[in-house]
Write a protein that binds this ligand. Structure first.
Ligand code: PMV
Length: 336
């Protein structure tokens, strides 16, 4: 028997993965760029079992106990374990426990951190030491493609493919480490609980939007602005590009057939407050994934003011203050 525990972070996309060439293997239609977070993390312990039988999947609860995972999530975990076993040439079942430091499935990328942590912990429990590229490929195949970006810290780019279009070409790499730029992410939580439409369903519907082709045309230019702004640590160049990108993503969801509305009235209240903060001279810019909660990107000097102002909004339940993080780490202590 062998056991490994890994903590892996969530990430917030500046250029979003939305729509796939091959959804089962998460080969994206477009390149995406993200910032890895520090405090929103998933911890996962995987232990190989020598007695045969089935995989066991547990969710660690705040009181130290364990609950069962919902059937769909447990199925997705088992499917990823099967991929990893096949890759590692192993057969034995495993016991898995996982714990999130933040509310799950509310557009806070719990699946990215969850599948990154699961992949890294399973690979370590099987005693394998693959390259970062192979880890990213394995995490991408989990079905939650954005997990491939959570393998790295700092700023990360996931290429749609780098030339020949093969799925082996679509993996993530770090473009700048966490020390490069101390950006903060103040998350205004306006809705808690699972989102109504999964991102997998959103990817499937993306191409039904009449505006999807236009989005794909605009992304290379926008991605280049984001890369340059990161390189030059220029928040006033980064901000407009990421806010435009987030609105573009939601334009696609709302114009898909059938449409998906991830925004809530609270999301709009936060977007308005962020515009007001800017009018007052603060550099704060909003982005949103497939959910109602709003991630406000700002620098360290503005973080307190941004967090206080967002906390005061009636629509905001609470805020999570996060920032750029160094990426996954293996832990000495296990969840069980
Ligand atoms: O990785 P998935 O299938 O959960 O999709 C992620 C979708 C977005 O969060 C909206 C965008 C992104 O690139 O993270």
């Amino acid at each position: 028997m062998s056991k490994a525990t890994v903590t892996a972070p969530a990430n917030i996309a500046f250029i979003k993965y939305w729509g796939a060439r091959d959804l089962d293997r998460a080969i994206p239609m477009n390149t995406s760029i993200s910032m890895t977070l520090e405090h929103c993390v998933t911890q996962c312990t995987v232990e190989t079992l020598s007695h045969g039988g089935e995989d066991e999947v547990w969710l660690a609860e705040p009181d130290g106990g364990f609950g069962t995972a919902d059937p769909d999530f447990a199925r997705r975990i088992r499917e990823q374990l099967n991929r990893i076993r096949q890759w590692a040439g192993r057969k034995e079942p495993v016991r898995v426990a996982t714990r999130n430091s933040f509310p799950t499935a509310g557009g806070l990328a719990s699946s990215a951190s969850g599948f990154a942590a699961l992949t890294l912990a399973a690979v370590a429990a099987f005693g394998k030491k693959p390259s970062q590229r192979d880890l990213s490929l394995l995490a991408r195949r989990s079905g939650s493609g954005s997990a491939c970006r959570s393998i790295f810290g700092g700023f990360v780019e996931w290429a749609a493919n780098t030339g020949n279009g093969s799925e082996e070409e679509s993996y993530a790499r770090q473009i700048a480490d966490a020390d490069h730029w101390d950006l903060r992410n103040v998350i205004a939580v306006v809705e808690i609980g699972p989102k109504t439409v999964s991102s997998i369903e959103g990817h499937r519907l993306a191409t039904t939007s009449p505006y999807y082709g236009k989005r794909l045309e605009l992304i290379p230019g926008r991605a280049e602005k984001v890369r340059k702004a990161i390189r030059e640590r220029d928040l006033n160049a980064l901000g407009p590009a990421i806010e435009e990108e987030a609105i573009d993503l939601h334009l696609i969801t709302m114009s898909s057939h059938p449409p998906i509305f991830y925004w809530s009235p609270g999301s709009l209240a936060v977007l308005r407050a962020v515009r007001e903060l800017r009018q007052e001279g603060l550099a704060a810019w909003a982005t949103m994934d497939a959910g109602a909660n709003v991630h406000v990107i700002c620098d360290a000097d503005s973080e307190d003011e941004v967090a206080e102002r967002l906390e005061d909004l009636p629509a905001v339940g609470f805020v999570i203050r996060d920032g750029i993080g160094p990426g996954p780490e293996q832990d000495e202590e296990h969840l069980f």
